[in-house]
Design a protein around this ligand. Sequence first.
Ligand SMILES: *Cc1c(COP(=O)(O)O)cnc(C)c1O
Length: 323
Amino acid sequence: MNLNEKLSLAILPTPIRKLENLSKEYGFDLYVKMDDLTHFLASGNKIRKLEYLLKDAKDKNSDIVFTCGGVQSNHCRATAVLSKSLGMQPVLFLRGSKPEIFNGNLLIDMLIGSEIVYVTPEQYKNIDEIFKEYSKKYESEGKKVYIIPEGGSNSLGALGYVNAVFELDKQVDLDQFDAVCCALGSGGTVAGLIAGLNLVDKPCRVIGFNVTKTDKDEFTEKIFKLLNGMSEFDVDLKLEKVRMEVIDDFSGPAYAVPTFEDLELIKHVAELETLILDPVYTSKALRGTIETFKNSGKKVIFIHTGGTFGLFAQAEKITQIMR
Ligand SMILES: *Cc1c(COP(=O)(O)O)cnc(C)c1O
C-alpha cells in the first residue's frame, strides 16, 4: 500500500468557505474546509481514512469488518455504511448499552443492517481481546475478518489526511495561512495533516484541540507513532521539522459532553453562518480555535470534520439553550 492506492469513496474536493461574519466578530480570517460534506451517510473525516483502510480490506478478500467506538460513533457509522456498500458485513463494538430508542448515528447503523455488540466501558479497555475472541467465531464459519482500530487511526488510515493536504494545497495558497485547526479524538486526522504539510513543505502550524480526557503527552506519543509508521507506505517525512501542538483546554467535562459555551457556539454559528457544528468535536475545536486566534489578524483554516448526525442524539440539551 502507498498514498496512491485508495478507493474513491468521498465526494472530493470538499469546498472551502470563508466565514465572513465570524471573521469580523473575532478579528481574524477564519476559513472552513467542509469535510462535513464528504458524503451523505458516510459524512465527516473518517471516510478519507476509510478510502485506504477499506481498500486494504478488499485487497485481503475480507467478508467482515470490525470496528469500535462510542454508541454515537461517527467513525462506526461511516465504516458501517461504506463496508456495507462494498459488500462486507460491518460488526460494530459499541461502548455502552442498547438504548431504548435508536437515534443519531446508531439509527443509521441499525437501518443499514450492522451487527452490533454492546460492550461495557470496562470491556472496552481490552477491546483487542474482544476482537480476537469474536474473530475466532467468524473464522470458524470460514469468514475473513478485517479489523479497523478506533477512529480508523493507524498509519494507513492517517494517509487520508495526507491526501487532504494535497487537495488543500491545490485550493489555497498555504503560504498565506498561519494554521490548520481541527478536533483531536483518536489522532489520525492530526497525524495526516502534519505529514501532509511536511511533504508539501509548508510551515503552516497544525493545532489539534483535544476533545477527550486522554492526556496531551499520550496523544503526542501516539501521533509520533502514526507518523513513524507511515514509512511503511513510502511516506518519507522530515521528522525533525515536526512541531506537535495539542491543546487540552477545551475538552469540557468529559468526552461527548459539551459545555454551555459549546452549545451557545453551536447556536451562534448556525445563526450567523448557517453552519452546523456538532456537540462532541467541532464545537469544542472551533471554540478553541476562536479563543486561540481572536484579534490576532491571522489567517486560519478550520477543518469541519463532520459529526452532524451526533447533533440529533443530543437534541434535548440543545433545545434547552433555546427556551
Ligand atoms: C473522529 C472525529 C474527529 C477526530 O478525528 P481523529 O482522527 O479521531 O482525531 C473529529 N471530528 C469528528 C466529527 C469526528 O467524528
